[in-house]
Design a protein around this ligand. Structure first.
Ligand SMILES: *Cc1c(COP(=O)(O)O)cnc(C)c1O
Length: 375
């Protein structure tokens, strides 16, 4: 069945006890054993599993085309669980413009584990190949990337990892694309990670993360242990909210993509704008690859104003409709000066603003940006 149908039905069923169409929220932390001491319905204790989490995981495995999924209390808890699965001294490869929180996980939380990390330009398969070492265990990709919207050729990365040997697991952070626009597992990538905080839940009201695997592998099993015994689990209500959001995901993502393309085209023609980073524009260096591996280009874009950090901050300050806030993927349009969020070590250009284009009417969004850029 098509994604719109699976987004509504996968993992759900009519509640056998009440006939409820919307899955009830099961707050119980503990579940009764049978007289034989077994758990006849598969649930024992809510950290290990619960009906709302099981439904969300079944839905995500289905919409992403994987064999299994795990959900976590945040997107970064997914990254933590994966990095924790590596051995001290292992080598991993990550994009040089990786989501900044992942750098904090690798260098901060796990700094003392002595992992070796190569941050490379993932848009160049030869750079990834050159970074391989005998003890490389994980290749982390993120496409489109944050905030420069760089596009990684997922099939090329999957192929070079496969050639290098079965000891390498590939992961794609697909948060910006969602399972609607891109299918990393079909490209041969082993696992997909999402911050479900963003488009999947879609309403800026719940933090969560997911890991979906194409096939069983040791890092997925270690992530499962980290979820169950490390305990970074989402609550039943978090899972319920996220699953409710997925009902409308395909339609929302299509509208986000259409609005973002309109906004990107407006900005590209504006004299106050130096560059627009949006893979849907033919001028974007990753456009051809994006057109091949995505069905539309998503709701995220960034642009560089002509001027300084102050110019960029001035544009954000004059916006009325775009809300000055971090995060992305909700109904409201958001604008953010990434360099000030990322701090003094950032590689993000100072004149760059990132937009999460929401579900408002695109003409209203364009009018807001026009008056903000006019100064
Ligand atoms: C937000 C985000 C994360 C982290 O997710 P949280 O839910 O905030 O922990 C990871 N990757 C990308 C691309 C993100 O946008």
């Amino acid at each position: 069945m098509r994604i719109e149908t699976r987004a509504v039905h996968a993992g759900r069923r009519i509640d056998p006890a009440t006939g409820a169409v919307s899955l009830p929220i099961h707050l119980s932390t503990t579940f009764e054993r049978g007289p034989d001491g077994e758990y006849p319905l598969g649930f024992s204790y809510s950290r290990e599993n619960n009906p709302n989490r099981a439904a969300l995981e079944a839905c995500l495995a289905d919409v992403e085309g994987g064999s299994e999924a795990l959900v976590f209390s945040s997107g970064l808890a997914v990254a933590t669980a994966l990095v924790q699965g590596l051995e001290p001294g292992d080598h991993l490869i990550a994009p040089d413009d990786v989501y900044w929180g992942l750098r904090k996980v690798i260098g901060g939380v796990f700094g003392k584990w002595g992992l070796e990390t190569s941050y490379v330009d993932m848009t160049r398969a030869d750079a990834v190949r050159a970074a391989l070492r005998p003890h490389t265990r994980l290749i982390w990709t993120e496409t489109p990337s944050n905030p420069l919207m760089k596009i990684t050729d997922l099939a090329a990365i999957a192929q070079l990892a496969r050639k290098a040997g079965p000891h390498i697991v590939t992961v794609c952070d697909g948060t910006f694309a969602t399972p609607v626009l891109q299918h990393p597992l079909e490209c041969g990538i082993d696992m997909v990670a999402h911050s479900t905080t963003k488009y999947l839940s879609g309403h800026s009201d719940v933090v969560g993360g997911a890991l979906i695997t194409r096939h069983p592998n040791y890092l997925f099993e270690r992530a499962r242990a980290s979820q169950r015994y490390g305990g970074a689990v989402p609550s039943p209500f978090d899972c319920w909210l996220t699953l409710r959001g997925i009902d409308t995901l395909p339609y929302r993502v299509r509208a986000h993509s259409e609005n973002a393309l309109r906004v990107a085209q407006f900005l590209a023609d504006h004299p106050g704008v130096e560059t627009v980073h949006y893979p849907g524009l033919a001028s974007h260096p990753g456009h051809a690859i994006a057109a091949g591996q995505m069905s539309a280009f998503g709701g995220m874009l960034s642009f560089q104003v002509r001027g300084s950090a102050q110019t960029a901050l001035g544009v954000a300050a004059r916006c009325h409709l775009f809300i000055r806030a971090t995060s992305l993927g909700g109904a409201h349009s958001l604008i953010e000066h990434r360099a000030s969020v990322e701090g003094p070590q950032t590689r993000t250009p100072q004149n760059l603003l990132r937009l999460s284009v929401g579900l408002e009417h695109p003409d209203d969004l364009i009018e807001d940006l026009a008056q903000a850029l006019a100064g």
